[in-house]
Design a protein. Structure first.
Length: 651
């Protein structure tokens, strides 16, 4: 009786099923055969050629395969797969997209097997393709299993009972489709690419030509993940590949997948200072690798030459073009490019946020205020976890300081504004090892206005100001402080903010003689900070009560040291006036007496005025001289000092 199944179309899985059918006992009665076995037997005549068996006709098919089998046959050549591995892969992949294949295998392998092929079934059915070692040995030691193209699902079972499977992403790849693998992401997805300047595009083109010629690892160092991914995608495109972004080390079948879908692996790695990490090997992949990381640590890969590329800040002309593309405001674009050293990724981010803020405020186009608001609202890069934002703008009127100090601050402001073009036209000794960062130390007694001056500088530069939270940065665990500081500085470079280290001598203090283990680690921490602060690309302000507490090597790394002296009587009078405002009852004589006799800094004057304001509001009147004297008394008691006798007589 003829089978009710039509003859299947011929492809590699047809030969695999025909080989299994050839192992079956002839049926006593074809009509009594289960449907699955009838369907299985129908594959024998489908591959028979002039009476020959499936094995004799297979070479002819391999010379002229159908298009669906071409990806697998390319892998056979690339990985040097054997005939038994070829048919095992075809059979295991067929289970994933044809339910009848699984039902048939379950019937053939009953009672110990399942719907996926066992090693014993594959070894017996395809033994004719093997010469020499046993079929099981060829399978277990072959490239298919070693590369992850085939996997053993129940590896605790006896070897003959273990089943074979092709991972889903590889099944789709064999079928010419993209799959997914946990911990990886194919391409940029819905994220818009970051516009890149011509200088970076030219470097991308050179890497696109040179990387395919050898086994190399290109480490791309950047503070902007979006910019780094855009660069990696552009390099992949230059190599006629697509980027596969990887955040995991569990990568089954990655090598065959890269070959099937022409993918370029891009690892994302977060390294601490001094950390050395080796990327996981990718079996049976001899193409180049990319890695995205920050400025710290060291990456390598076994058997590969390591290249490193730190993405540069674009030149001023290129920044102006990028700003123009981002905000469509030529005048503002020129100003931002001249005064700010933003990278491509940061410009694109600020441009998007500024346009949104501009539309929300009803502006025709983004303004400086929109850019400033964008800079404050876009700090989702981890700065808030390690530093405290100081958002209050500080104008010129709030900065009551001596004229020489004000001149020093204006010099510092100009130094910050020209840091990008400062060395243009200078000699080779000046340009060698030049870093555009600005490092300044504010020295003076507590309350003399050091933090206020930092706020004024950030306001003049239209840059966010962050005060480093030492409690979040400093850790008792060895190496954690350096790691936290590395993250802080890398994120600050990307965001271009002003970093304020209050009481900085606690971090940048003098190195000591090594007498115990803790001294060694403390010195290592100081060494790292001294080196990293020198190469920091941003603006750093450190404050301290005394410069003598700093390591001598640190002074050379500072661009300016600005002294904040105790205010003199004329400055104290201006401070009292600036804090009291106009709504008070003090006479000019009262103000003069306060300035002449109360030798306090601006911070203490502020506290005294706030205390006086509490007393005045409680009495529902303007601030009186007696209120100020009570506030002064409280400040002197906090300082452990006696209030001047000339003021005590008025209380």
């Amino acid at each position: 009786m003829e089978s009710r199944f039509t003859q299947p179309s011929v492809r590699l899985r047809t030969y695999a099923l025909a080989a299994i059918a050839a192992q079956l006992e002839p049926p006593i009665d074809a009509a009594s055969d289960p449907p699955e076995l009838q369907w299985l037997r129908s594959h024998l005549p489908a591959v028979a050629s002039t009476g020959t068996g499936w094995l004799d006709s297979l070479p002819d098919y391999l010379r002229q395969p159908i298009p669906q089998d071409v990806p697998l046959l390319r892998l056979v050549k690339d990985l040097s797969l054997t005939g038994i591995e070829l048919l095992a892969i075809a059979l295991a992949a067929a289970v994933e997209d044809d339910v009848l294949v699984g039902r048939t295998l379950a019937r053939v392998q009953a009672p110990i097997g399942g719907s996926r092929p066992t090693l014993s079934l594959v070894a017996a059915a395809f033994a004719a393709t093997v010469s020499g070692p046993s079929p099981l040995a060829v399978l277990v030691n072959g490239a298919a299993l070693q590369s992850g193209l085939l996997i053993r699902l129940n590896d605790r079972a006896p070897l003959p009972e273990q089943t074979l499977s092709v991972p889903l992403h590889l099944c789709l790849g064999l079928d010419g489709q993209d799959g997914t693998l946990a911990g990886t992401r194919l391409g940029l997805g819905d994220t818009p690419p970051v516009p890149l300047p011509p200088s970076i595009q030219a470097t991308i083109a050179r890497y696109g030509e040179s990387l395919p010629s050898g086994q190399r690892l290109l480490v791309i160092r950047t503070g902007s993940q979006a910019e780094g991914e855009t660069v990696a995608a552009a390099i992949a495109q230059a190599m006629h590949r697509r980027p596969l972004f990887i955040d995991t080390e569990d990568l089954p079948g990655l090598g065959p997948w890269l070959r099937l879908r022409r993918l370029l692996p891009v690892f994302s790695v977060d390294l601490a200072p001094g950390e050395h990490r080796t990327l996981p090997p990718i079996p049976f992949s001899d193409g180049p690798l990319l890695a995205l990381t920050g400025p710290d640590g060291y990456l390598d890969a076994i058997g590969r030459d390591v290249l490193s590329w730190t993405l540069p800040v674009p030149h001023q002309d290129e920044r102006q073009t990028l700003w123009q593309q981002a905000i469509a405001n030529p005048d503002l674009a020129a100003e931002l490019a001249r005064h700010h050293r933003h990278g491509s990724g940061r410009i694109a981010q600020l441009g998007r946020l500024a346009r949104h803020h501009s539309q929300f405020q009803g502006h025709d186009q983004p303004t400086v205020e929109d850019i400033r608001a964008a800079a404050w609202s876009s700090e989702g890069v981890g700065l808030d976890a390690l530093a405290q934002p100081l958002t209050q703008p500080i104008g010129d009127d709030a900065l009551v300081i001596p004229a020489p100090l004000k001149q020093d601050l204006h010099w510092l402001l100009q130094r910050c504004r020209v840091r990008d073009t400062l060395i243009e036209g200078l000699g080779v000794s000046a340009t060698a090892r030049y870093y555009p960062g600005v490092r300044t130390l504010f020295v003076g007694p507590s309350g003399t206005g050091k933090t206020l001056a930092a706020g004024w500088l950030a306001t003049q530069l239209s840059m966010p100001l962050y005060r480093v939270d030492l409690a979040s940065v400093v850790s008792k665990y060895i190496g954690e402080t350096e790691k936290n500081l590395a993250q802080l500085l890398a994120r600050a470079e990307r965001a271009e903010v002003v970093l304020l280290f209050d009481e900085a001598d606690s971090l940048f203090g003098k190195r000591t003689d090594v007498q115990q283990a803790n001294d060694r680690f403390a010195n290592a921490q100081t060494n790292y900070l001294l080196q990293r602060i020198e190469t920091f690309d941003g603006i750093t302000i450190l404050t301290s009560n005394s410069r003598q507490r700093f390591d001598t090597a640190f002074s050379r790394r500072l661009d300016m040291v600005i002294e904040f002296p105790l205010p003199r009587p004329q400055e104290r009078r201006a401070l009292w006036q600036a804090h009291l405002g106009d709504q008070h009852q003090l006479t000019p004589q009262d103000m003069n007496q306060l300035a002449a006799t109360a030798d306090l800094c601006g911070g203490h004057i502020r506290n005294a005025v706030l205390t006086a304001a509490v007393l005045a509001q409680e009495a529902d009147r303007a601030i009186a001289f007696t209120d100020v004297l009570q506030g002064l008394g409280a400040e002197y008691r906090k300082l452990g000092r006696q209030m001047p006798v000339a003021l005590q007589t008025h209380r």
